[in-house]
Every structure is written in structure tokens, then in C-alpha cells.
Design a protein around this ligand. Structure first.
Ligand code: DQA
Length: 144
């Protein structure tokens, strides 16, 4: 089964939005790099984004059957969403949380993550490379 890489609100504007924080790469660039790495590792990825909390909850429900692991950047919902945490708690495979920026270096409201209560690992502050590192980890955990 593929690894699902899920992205939350405003990440559709990656590359345009606060490039001093998030860089100049677009989400399509990140998706392409994840697909290329997955091919190299003999894995498959499904890459998705939504600005809507309920849509992300439903993507996680779909992953229950369809995905071997979830890599998620819940963006601002990281810090607010019990619903996304509950949905992830209903998923049985490994879950990895990614933040492009180092959330711990930023405003205190970004220091708490509901999703971290479920995540098996967290990448923060590694830029978009965090997705690739999380993908390598997901593949090795699934092989173990
Ligand atoms: C983010 C960090 C969040 O605090 C923020 O709301 C985002 C992106 C990151 O990737 O660094 O939208 O998840």
C-alpha cells in the first residue's frame, strides 16, 4: 500500500507564502521530489493537500484502508485540531509529523502539537527536506 502524504491549510501557497520562513519551493515541487524518492526506495506515495479540517479528517479515514503509513503536515491545524488527532488515532499504521519551519523557534502557540500525541516521529525545521527524511523513515519502519 502507498504512503499517504497529507498537507493542511495554506500549504497550497508554498513557495509564494512567507518564503523567508517556508522557502521558494512549491508544493508541486515537494510532491515531485517525494515521488522521485519513493521510486528510488521502491515505495509509492499519494500526495494530497486541503485547506479544510473536515476534508483532512476524511483523508485520514480513507488512509485507514488505503495507506501503509501517513506523513502529515497539518499546518495550522497542528496546534488546534483534536479532530485530526482523533482521526489519526483511528489509523493503525505509523504516523510521521512534518513541519517545514522549526515551530519551537517561533511563536509559543506553535510549540504545542495535538498531532505529536500520536506521531511516531516529528521533523521540524529541516525545510522541505523534512518530507524526504520522513519518507525514508516511513519506508524503513515499514520494512522492519
Ligand atoms: C507549519 C508550521 C505551522 O505552525 C504553520 O501554521 C504552517 C506550516 C510548517 O510546515 O512549518 O502553516 O506546519
Amino acid at each position: 500500500k502507498p504512503i499517504h502524504i497529507l498537507n493542511g491549510p495554506n500549504l497550497n501557497l508554498l513557495g509564494l507564502r512567507q518564503p523567508e520562513i517556508y522557502g521558494r519551493e512549491t508544493l508541486a515541487d515537494v510532491a515531485a521530489r517525494c515521488e522521485a524518492l519513493a521510486a528510488e526506495l521502491g515505495a509509492e506515495v499519494v500526495f494530497r493537500q486541503s485547506n479544510h479540517e473536515g476534508a483532512i479528517v476524511e483523508m485520514i479515514h480513507e488512509a485507514r484502508e488505503a495507506a501503509s503509513a501517513i506523513i502529515i503536515n497539518p499546518a495550522a491545524y497542528t496546534h488546534t485540531s483534536v479532530a485530526i488527532l482523533d482521526a489519526l488515532n483511528a489509523f493503525e499504521g505509523p504516523v510521521f509529523e512534518v513541519h517545514i519551519s522549526n515551530v519551537h523557534k517561533r511563536e509559543s502557540f506553535r510549540h504545542h502539537s495535538y498531532v505529536s500525541l500520536r506521531a511516531d516521529g516529528v521533523m521540524a525545521g529541516f525545510g522541505t527536506e523534512g518530507y524526504l527524511l520522513a519518507l525514508r523513515r516511513a519506508v524503513s519502519v515499514l520494512k522492519a
